[in-house]
Design a protein. Structure first.
Ligand SMILES: *Cc1c(COP(=O)(O)O)cnc(C)c1O
Length: 222
């Protein structure tokens, strides 16, 4: 497996060189992460709390660990001391728990709100109405240990590029719309996490600031 070469190839295709590459290392052994680290990667994404907690102490301490998957409330406490960014915050209840655990860990945890953009209905996330209601409710500003940095979305798993583009472009429009609203002090619209191995170029064309790429770097997961 040629992780370094894969990374180089992917970087060469980037439409936006400033877009952050988060290397999604779920299910992969620490040797693979070390190889990506040596090729210059510092941002790694995992989707399981247990795996994140296992890998973190075994790898260099300057790695920024991204929690990219669905996060259960009762597991927030395990990653609160060190997680760099939680991408998939899909409820106010979860945000409250992150706030509580961040306070215990004496820090602020950066988060992205996951927006449901896929036309298929199996994915987690807020819809636009829920997001606007949450902002208008004034409840976000009570969460002093949480910093919302932007939005995250996953497109439908399909070959239909027009559909993927439509979903990403819808998320970008929402992102831009939120930017124009009076947001609480702990909410900014700076980061837009969208794009994976199969659709990161479309995502970059539609305004992504971070892509989460796994199999194109590390190979297919078993
Ligand atoms: C697994 C995963 C990715 C990466 O998927 P690839 O297709 O392997 O690039 C990105 N985002 C999330 C939320 C994931 O769970």
């Amino acid at each position: 497996m040629a992780i370094k070469e894969n990374l180089q190839e992917i970087k060469n295709t980037f439409i936006n060189p400033d877009c952050l590459l988060v290397a999604v290392s779920k299910t992969k052994p620490k040797e693979d992460l070390q190889e990506a680290y040596e090729a210059g990667i510092r941002d790694f994404g995992e989707n399981k709390v247990q795996e994140l907690v296992d890998k973190q102490p075994q790898l260099p301490s300057d790695i920024r660990w991204h929690m990219i998957g669905h996060l259960q409330r009762n597991k927030v406490k395990y990653i609160a001391p060190f997680v760099h960014l939680i991408h998939g915050v899909d409820s106010f209840k979860l945000l409250k728990e992150i706030n509580k655990q961040a306070k215990k860990a004496e820090r602020t945890i950066p988060c992205l709100l996951q927006v449901h953009i896929a036309e298929e209905d199996s994915k987690f996330g807020f819809d636009e109405t829920e997001l606007l209601q949450l902002i208008e409710s004034g409840e976000l500003k009570t969460l002093e240990h949480v910093e919302i940095k932007g939005l995250m979305g996953m497109a439908t798993f399909t070959e239909n590029e027009e559909q993927i583009r439509r979903e990403f472009s819808g998320l970008k429009s929402l992102f831009d719309k939120l930017k124009t609203l009076p947001l609480p002090a702990n909410m900014k619209m700076e980061e837009l996490s969208m794009g994976m191995s199969g659709d990161y170029l479309i995502a970059q064309e539609e305004g992504s600031t971070m892509v989460r790429i796994g199999s194109a770097i590390f190979g297919a997961r078993g």
